[in-house]
Design a protein around this ligand. Structure first.
Ligand code: HEM
Length: 450
């Protein structure tokens, strides 16, 4: 785009600007016209490429870490409601075992059910999507509702389908128009029509919450709904209080939507790469056999001795590039980011792809190459440009849980099965379907007991 430092830019037509070269990410937001115009206004959206790529565009030499600095500027302050609810959710997740043994045991147990569900296919071709989704969603259900669902529960399957339909709707033309022209969503009935799957999920969750509250006992907190209900009771009469029925519903909704499709889709990419790279699959299995053996259940402590598997899981996340444009943030005051003047009230999207696929950082940015995370001795190395969970104060709230799910589900599956495609069947394609998250095209595999 050949821009110069400090020049103000915007797209006049849709008031949307992309800074940075990864135009393929635009697909995540529908087909938007990019123009080189002038002057951002409140209500504009900036797609911000935080890595060196963007620095080149704006003719500065800001290092990769500048994303952290910039994020500090852009997101330093949020409303009290967000602060209170984020603090509550994090501490409640911790109390219910997030990062502690009880939740680890729960994920390990679910991994066993997941393997049994795979085994029930008796080595025949099947699509692993629904089984993976059930396993991951069961963990969130356990935290939020204190319950899990069977793999053949029809109602739960319907809820999971709605979850994916929400992503499709959000990336659809109608939702794009409603986002660009917000007052449209205020027309009676229109929002409900566009966001039908969202309304259905909210209704489903509301029913669970109401049923749950009928058996609420303040002396015994079973799950997140109970903990929130207790906060509501404590804060009664406080006008500044954000613990109310509406926020309970939306906190539950956020956890359910953000916490199930993300880890599920990463695992779907993971198995797809194992089909495409059988040598990598074999090396992971060799490491599992050496460190864990064939019968003991994997535990999180194993990761310290499993550099190769850890590198593979990181590379799955890097290549999957799950949320290429992260989530939209907004400037709360006039600011400057990498030479661009951005006024108060502008929506800003970090372009995570530009970091995860940065040619200056990764040896083979567009290939699946676990060695990106290994040193010359085969030991796991952290990479600063590994930012699939974003960064800053608004970074993913479920990162620790997601890491646990990815490691325990992935190693449990590869401990019990080898994944193959029968001769003559096409290898799954690895180009993504792009919504807010990038998902693989549906594929089938055979899970053969090792
Ligand atoms: C592989 C799995 C996951 C990936 C790649 C992922 C990625 C992300 C990203 C990129 C964001 C946006 C951060 C930003 O706005 O800068 C985010 C936000 C969020 N994620 Fe995740 N996520 C994953 C799993 C989870 C799980 C399991 C949970 C549930 C516990 C979760 C809950 C959330 C929530 C609540 C937010 C909003 C945080 C806030 O705005 O304060 N995520 N995630």
């Amino acid at each position: 785009m050949g821009m110069r430092r400090s020049r103000k830019l915007c797209s006049r037509s849709l008031r949307i600007l992309l800074i940075g070269p990864h135009l393929n990410c635009m697909k995540a937001s529908g087909s938007l016209e990019i123009t080189k115009e002038y002057g951002l206004q409140s209500g504009s959206i900036v797609f911000f490429a935080p890595a060196e790529k963007a620095s080149t565009e704006v003719n500065t030499t800001a290092p990769l870490v500048s994303i952290k600095k910039c994020w500090g500027v852009v997101t330093a302050k949020y409303g009290q409601s967000w602060k209170d609810l984020r603090r509550f959710t994090l501490s409640t997740l911790r109390d219910f075992g997030m990062g502690k043994k009880s939740l680890e045991e729960r994920v390990g147990e679910e991994a066993g059910y997941l393997c049994d569900a795979f085994q029930s296919e008796q080595g025949q071709l099947f699509d692993p999507h629904y089984k993976l989704n059930t396993a991951v969603a069961n963990i969130i259900s356990f935290i939020v509702f204190g319950d899990r669902f069977d793999y053949d529960d029809y109602k739960f399957q319907k809820l999971l389908n709605l979850n994916q339909a929400m992503f499709e709707v959000e990336s659809g033309t109608m939702a794009q128009i409603a986002t660009a022209i917000p007052w449209l969503a205020k027309l009676p009935g229109l929002a409900k029509m566009i966001y039908r799957p969202h309304v259905d999920v909210l209704e489903y969750l509301q029913k669970i919450i109401s049923d749950h509250q009928k058996t609420w006992n303040p002396a015994c907190t079973r799950d997140l709904i109970d903990a929130f209900t207790l906060q509501m009771e404590k804060a009664k009469g406080d006008k500044e209080n954000h613990f109310n029925e509406k926020n309970l519903l939306f906190t539950t909704f956020d956890l359910f939507t953000a916490g199930s499709e993300t880890s599920t889709t990463t695992l779907r990419w993971g198995l797809l790469y194992m089909l495409q790279y059988p040598d990598v699959q074999r090396k992971v299995q060799e490491e599992i056999d050496k460190v864990i053996g064939k019968s003991r259940k994997p535990v999180m402590a194993d990761v310290l001795q499993m550099s190769y598997t850890n590198a593979v899981i990181h590379e799955i996340q890097r290549c999957a590039d799950l949320v290429p444009l992260s989530l939209i943030h907004m400037t709360y005051r006039d600011t400057e980011v990498q030479g661009f003047s951005i006024p108060k009230g502008v929506a800003v999207c970090p372009n995570l792809s530009s970091v995860l696929k940065d040619e200056k950082v990764w040896e083979k940015p567009f290939q699946f190459y676990p060695e990106h995370f290994l040193d010359a001795d085969g030991k796991f190395v952290k990479q600063e440009a590994f930012l699939p969970f974003s960064t800053g104060r608004r970074a993913c709230l479920g990162e620790r849980l997601a890491r646990m799910e990815l490691f325990l589900f992935f190693t449990s599956l590869l401990q019990r099965f080898s994944f193959q495609i029968p001769d003559g069947e096409p290898c799954p394609r690895d180009d993504p379907i792009v919504y807010i998250v990038q998902i693989p095209h549906p594929y089938k595999l055979c899970a053969k007991i090792r």
